[in-house]
Design a protein around this ligand. Structure first.
Ligand code: FE2
Length: 349
């Protein structure tokens, strides 16, 4: 579990944790090449060696660094915040997860959506891309996305971040991973398991080609996507993928053209259809969830796709209730009313 937080003054930090609020006897810190992270306002500490499906209590602690000089560091006060989390568990029988996408800095709607979720049984929340508009400052990331999440769940329930094309833009695009760490540690594609589901998170990159004038020569997604494709090949052969009860792919841009006349400019849907769909078809993917189009849609399997695809809208919460037999999807509007109940995804025989 990785805990991320900020302070308004430069600090050094640690996480104390344990089995109960009275037993925080274990300590985690962040060390890089022999040096404990210090004199920073962004704090990111990974707690490892945890047991699956176990609730831990924690206390994050940040101590101000008033003066930071060789052989002389003067500390100020310490602030702390307590909470608890439960680790993921491959063997868990049932759980639910919720997917939100394309919130684009719209905080009141995001807060309404999060406020209408029935949290019972929800073990994780997926931010499926474009949760922010081109992140330009740390303040924007926290105010428009992380803080509303923390208010409703993110201090105790993991937030799974999937990068959207807008998150590849803006001043903070290059340090975004510091705010949204994932198991890969270095890029935005990765996989993980919980409750019989193997999740494959893919990173679609930008929606237009690298040479588009919009990117001023600073996009190099073609190579990155090739590298990712090689990783995906391995990933789809892994025993974790093959032996899971369900295999779910999360990717921001869906492999469907919304308007065919746009395909020449917006190349990514066609790229994914051509490069990733055949691999996912062959590997037996059960479900793909995407966003990006700003229009809610359900696509049954077709000649390009052997798996169903559900595309979230700008004001939807897709809830997936996972049991050993099936994935049961329900799509809610932000006010908590039901927009749709897509066909259930039964477990393959
Ligand atoms: Fe998008």
């Amino acid at each position: 579990m990785t805990l991320v937080w900020t302070t308004n003054r430069k600090c050094t930090s640690k996480v104390e944790y344990g089995a109960s609020a009275d037993d925080l006897s274990q300590v985690a810190i962040s060390v890089r090449h022999g040096l404990i992270d210090a004199n920073t306002t962004l704090h990111k500490i990974t707690v490892s060696g945890l047991r699956p499906g176990t609730t831990y209590h924690y206390r994050v602690m940040s101590t101000e660094i008033v003066e930071f000089r060789p052989y002389r560091v003067k500390y100020g006060g310490t602030v702390e915040k307590r909470g608890e989390f439960t680790t993921l568990d491959t063997d868990k029988e049932r759980f639910s997860f919720c997917v939100l996408n394309d919130r684009h800095d719209r905080v009141p709607a995001l807060r309404q959506a999060l406020g209408s979720i029935q949290w019972q049984g929800v073990d994780m929340v997926v931010g499926l891309g474009d949760m922010m508009n081109d992140p330009m400052s740390e303040e924007q990331i926290f105010r428009n996305f992380i803080n509303p999440c923390t208010e409703f769940f993110a201090g105790r329930i993991p937030l799974i971040m999937v990068r959207g094309n807008h998150e590849t833009r803006g001043l903070l695009a290059r340090s975004l991973i510091d705010y949204f760490p994932n198991p890969s540690g270095r890029h935005f594609y990765y996989s993980f398991d919980h409750g019989g589901v193997h999740f494959v998170v893919l990173d679609c990159g930008e929606d237009k080609s690298d040479t588009s004038p919009e990117y001023s020569g600073l996009a190099a997604f073609e190579n990155y996507l090739q590298e990712q494709t090689r990783w995906l090949e391995e990933e789809l052969r892994s025993s974790a993928f093959r032996n899971a009860r369900f295999r779910v792919c999360l990717v921001h841009i869906p492999p469907v053209s919304y308007r065919e006349e746009d395909d020449a400019k917006f190349i990514r849907p066609g790229w994914i259809r051509k490069n990733w769909n055949p691999m996912l078809n062959q590997a037996g993917l059960d479900l793909m969830i995407s966003g990006h189009t700003h229009r809610y849609a359900e696509f049954p399997p077709d000649e390009t796709r052997a798996f169903p695809l559900v595309v979230g809208g700008t004001n939807t919460v897709i809830r997936v209730d996972v049991s050993p037999e099936k994935l049961q999807l329900t799509t809610f509007k932000d006010d908590g009313s039901v927009l749709s109940r897509p066909p259930e995804v039964p477990r393959r025989k």
